[in-house]
Design a protein around this ligand. Structure first.
Ligand code: 13P
Ligand code: SF4
Length: 343
C-alpha cells in the first residue's frame, strides 16, 4: 500500500509542476522526506519561502514552522500542513498570556528587557517579542542573535528553551553569574524585577522533551568504549551534554559534520532519531553513524506518506495554515528582523 501512496505523490507532483512545492524539515521520516523539493533546518526553510513562486506550499514539519512559512508566503500562496495537529511541546511551554505577564513584571522598574524568542514558538509569541523591540532566532544563528539582543537594552529574556539560551551564553562568554532562570509559575507571581537587576540574561524554563533524553553519562560510556568516537549534538541538549560533545549545532550543522568526518569514523549523534537513521543509512559503507540514544519527536512523526498523499489529492479543499492578520503583521517584523541581521 505504501508504494501506492508514493506513486500518487509522484503523479500529482508531475502534474502540478511549478504550481506545487513540498518542503520538509530534516526530522521528517525517509518516506516523507524523499518527496520534498526543499529540505532544511528551521532557518533554511524560513529563508527559502520568500523566493518561492508556487501557488501551493505543502509544509511537512510542525506547526510553528508551517506558521512561519505562512507568514512569509505571499497572499496568493496557500500553505498547507498535512498534519495540522503536529505541534511542538517546547513551543507550548510559552503561552502568550504568560509572556505578557512576565514582560510586564520584568519591565516595571524601567529596565529595557529585550525578548529573544527561539523560532520554536507560536506566532502570537513572536508578535509580543516584536512589540518589545526583540526578535527571534534559530539554533543556527542563536549566537548572532543573542549578541545583537544584548546590545539593544539592559538585558535579554531568552525563551522558551533554557538549554539553547545557556549553550549560546557559554559560547559568547556571558558569565553564569549574569544568568537567572525565571520562576514563571502562578502567572509569574514570583518574578521580581528588583531581585533580578544584576542579571542580564533571563532564561525561560522551557525545554525539548526529545533532547532532554540525552545525558552526559551516555557520552562517558561511548568514550570509554571508543576513545576515538566523535559526538555531535543539537544545542537543545543540556549544557552538561553539549560541553562533553565534540560539536553542537543545528540539524544542518549535524548533517555537514557527518559529511566532513573522516572515512571509517564512528559518529554518535544527539538529536531526533529520524535524521540519525537517515544519516546512518546514507553513510553505511563509509562511516559508523549511531544515535547517542534513540529519541523520536512524536509530532514530527505525525506526517506520514499516506497523509501527504491524501493532502495532495485535495489541495484545493485542504485547510490553509493561517495566522490572524494583526498577529502576523507583528510576528513578521520579528522574523524579518532576524533575517536582516543574519543576511
Ligand atoms: P533546527 O532549526 O536545528 O532544524 O531545529 C529545529 C528543532 O525543532 C530541533 O528540535
Ligand atoms: Fe519541538 Fe523538540 Fe520536536 Fe523540535 S524535536 S519540534 S523542539 S518537540
Amino acid at each position: 500500500m505504501s508504494e501506492a501512496h508514493s506513486l500518487i505523490i509522484q503523479d500529482i507532483k508531475a502534474k502540478m509542476g511549478g504550481r506545487l512545492t513540498i518542503m520538509g524539515h530534516h526530522y521528517q521520516n525517509d518516506r516523507v522526506i524523499r518527496h520534498c523539493d526543499l529540505r532544511g533546518d528551521s532557518l533554511e526553510l524560513a529563508r527559502k519561502v520568500s523566493g518561492l513562486k508556487s501557488e501551493f506550499i505543502v509544509f511537512c514539519g510542525v506547526t510553528f514552522m508551517a506558521e512561519t512559512a505562512a507568514m512569509l508566503a505571499s497572499d496568493r500562496q496557500k500553505v498547507i500542513q498535512p498534519s495540522p495537529d503536529a505541534g511542538c511541546v517546547m513551543s507550548d511551554m510559552a503561552p502568550r498570556a504568560l509572556l505578557d505577564a512576565v514582560m510586564r513584571k520584568l519591565t516595571t522598574n524601567g529596565r529595557r528587557i529585550i525578548p529573544l524568542a527561539y523560532v520554536n514558538t507560536a506566532a502570537a509569541i513572536k508578535a509580543v517579542v516584536a512589540q518589545y523591540g526583540g526578535s527571534v532566532c534559530t539554533s543556527a544563528n542563536a549566537e548572532t542573535m543573542l549578541k545583537w539582543a544584548m546590545g539593544q537594552g539592559d538585558g535579554v529574556l531568552f525563551l522558551p528553551d533554557a538549554n539553547l539560551g545557556m549553550n549560546t551564553a557559554n559560547r559568547l562568554g556571558i558569565p553564569e553569574s549574569k544568568w537567572a532562570r525565571l520562576d514563571i509559575s502562578g502567572m509569574a507571581k514570583n518574578v521580581d524585577s528588583n531581585a533580578l537587576k544584576d542579571k542580564n540574561l533571563l532564561l525561560w524554563p522551557g525545554l525539548c522533551v526529545v533532547h532532554k533524553r540525552f545525558k552526559p553519562e551516555q557520552i562517558d560510556e561511548i568514550r570509554q568504549r571508543d576513545p576515538d568516537a566523535l559526538v555531535v549534538v543539537h544545542p537543545e541538549c543540556h549544557p552538561n551534554v553539549v560541553n562533553k560533545a565534540d560539536a553542537a549545532g543545528s540539524t544542518s550543522l549535524i548533517i555537514n559534520y557527518v559529511a566532513q568526518a573522516p572515512r571509517e569514523a564512528a559518529i554518535y549523534i544527539g538529536t531526533e532519531i529520524s535524521l540519525v537513521e537517515r544519516l546512518a543509512k546514507e553513510y553505511r559503507n563509509e562511516k559508523l553513524v549511531r544515535p547517542l540514544f534513540p529519541s523520536l519527536c512524536q509530532n514530527m512523526a505525525k506526517t506520514t506518506e499516506e497523509l501527504l498523499a491524501a493532502t495532495l489529492q485535495d489541495l484545493e479543499g485542504a485547510e490553509a495554515v493561517t495566522v490572524p492578520k494583526d498577529v502576523a503583521r507583528m510576528a513578521t517584523v520579528a522574523i524579518e528582523r532576524m533575517l536582516d541581521i543574519c543576511s
